[in-house]
Design a protein around this ligand. Structure first.
Ligand SMILES: N=CN[C@@H](CCC(=O)O)C(=O)O
Ligand SMILES: [Zn+2]
Length: 427
């Protein structure tokens, strides 16, 4: 019997399904991307209803609309699971300081870095923040990103943090990339609390978190079953392990899922604390030693690696992705897009660097920006793979082989982007 469908994409050289059993990918399973040669995908509404060979699906379905992929590859839409894209201004002057030899931490300790962006973001209205962030999202779409996590963390005071959260919600409603909000008021010690960071943590747990949760309950995110995460920057010069634990444990008491920036420059002990707090993800891990890998591998926590930070800061040391994968750690990759440590919006560039410097193979890099990235933002099983029942988010590449995504250094090998079954970008 011939069935109706809304959209049939056929003549796909490689339909890279990333399909597999439920849960994040680990070990050897991170190298199996499930390619269907001469593949096709049938979509009804915003959902995938079938994947298979072009011959089979063209016989089985009568589509309202058809896309002949013309021998190009198709992959799941890419998921950027760690970004800081809502901010005002730029840090071009600091970039020049770093070119001249200043380090990221020196600039931060001198009141620049995150605090510089905080000043500009506090002074910006919601309208300005929306206007400055929209072009970033448009660029991300061209790079194949169909879902992105977005953090607050440049307000560092109640009103400005809530304004950033409201900006994320406004942005989610006016452009096609699906956004997942993360509340990060403990991103840096605000100047008003320079000598009393514990008092700032009191404010975060007693006032800011409850208010953010209340706003979230009435937001479109809650209505769409998109979680609100709570995050903290556990690092020398930011928050210590005890302060970070207070933030995450307050989030846990409120039933909010957790993330933590750990081991970016210093192995402080934030990783073990975040695992104890059952964080959904631990992010950075640039200096994490091998002794921590077994506990991470045994947990349900995703390790989000951000290699553009090392590249951008001119650091020659990278997260030990190869050893982590071999130890069974579930790895995701993300841009960490932000004005300071990673001014890039490109997941293809992130994957390209991961293949060259983190010794990941292309299949691992793709699963790290699809299936595992979905799990890092609590949306595993809903996005990240091309399987019946999953949301129809996919990218049609400009090439026949999906490995062009990692092979080309700094390019945009993407021809079309489809979000929830609709074409949202075409080259
Ligand atoms: N490390 C802390 N936060 C960001 C940097 C933000 C900034 O420099 O503005 C990061 O993930 O790299
Ligand atoms: Zn970050």
């Amino acid at each position: 019997m011939i069935e109706p469908c809304d959209l049939l994409i056929h003549s796909v050289s490689q339909l890279v399904t990333c399909a597999g059993p439920p849960g994040p990918r680990r070990g050897a399973a991170m190298r199996d991307v499930g390619i269907i040669p001469d593949g096709a995908v049938a979509i009804r509404g915003s959902t995938i209803i079938a994947v298979g060979s072009s011959n089979e699906l063209r016989r089985r379905f009568r589509p309202a609309q058809e896309i002949d992929a013309g021998g190009h590859a198709v992959c799941p839409g890419l998921i950027d699971c760690h970004t800081h894209i809502v901010y005002a201004g730029d840090r071009v002057a600091e970039f020049e300081q770093r070119c001249a030899g200043a380090t990221y931490q020196e600039i931060m300790a001198a009141g620049g870095g995150i605090l510089r962006t905080m000043q500009l973001t506090r002074a910006a209205t919601t309208t300005t923040l929306v206007a400055e962030t929209l072009p970033r999202l448009n660029q991300m779409l061209r790079f194949g990103t169909t879902t992105a996590e977005v953090k607050t963390g440049y307000g560092l005071e109640q009103d400005a943090e809530l304004r950033q959260l409201a900006t994320i919600e406004l942005l989610a409603a006016v452009q096609p990339i699906e956004l997942v909000p993360t509340f990060l008021p403990a991103h840096a010690i605000p100047p008003e609390f320079a000598d009393r960071p514990d008092a700032y943590i009191d404010l975060v747990v007693e006032s800011m978190l409850p208010l953010a949760q209340e706003r979230y309950r009435n937001s479109l995110f809650a209505g769409h079953h998109i979680p609100l995460f709570v995050d903290v920057f556990c690092e020398r010069g930011a928050f210590d392990v005890a302060q970070s634990r207070r933030v995450l444990s307050a989030a846990r008491e409120r039933g909010l899922p957790r993330k933590a920036h750990v081991d970016e420059f210093t192995e402080l002990g934030g990783l073990a604390m975040a695992l104890e707090m059952e964080a959904t993800s631990v992010d950075h891990l640039d200096v994490t030693g091998a002794a921590a890998f077994p506990a991470l591998a045994a947990s349900n926590t995703i390790a989000v690696l951000l290699p553009l930070v090392s590249i951008n800061l001119g650091i020659t040391h990278f997260a030990a992705a190869r050893q982590m994968i071999d130890a069974g750690v579930a790895i995701a990759l993300s841009t960490d897009a932000n004005p300071g440590s990673a001014p890039s919006l490109s997941l293809p560039l992130t994957m390209a660097i991961a293949c060259r410097y983190l010794r990941m193979v292309p299949a691992e890099a793709l699963l790290a920006t699809t299936v595992n990235a979905a799990h890092a933002i609590g949306l595993g099983g809903r996005i990240g793979a091309l399987m019946p029942g999953m949301q129809a988010d996919l990218i049609i590449l400009a090439e026949a082989d999906y490995r062009w995504l990692m092979y080309e250094l700094g390019g945009t090998p993407i021809a079309q982007v489809i979000k929830r079954g609709q074409i949202v970008w075409k080259s």
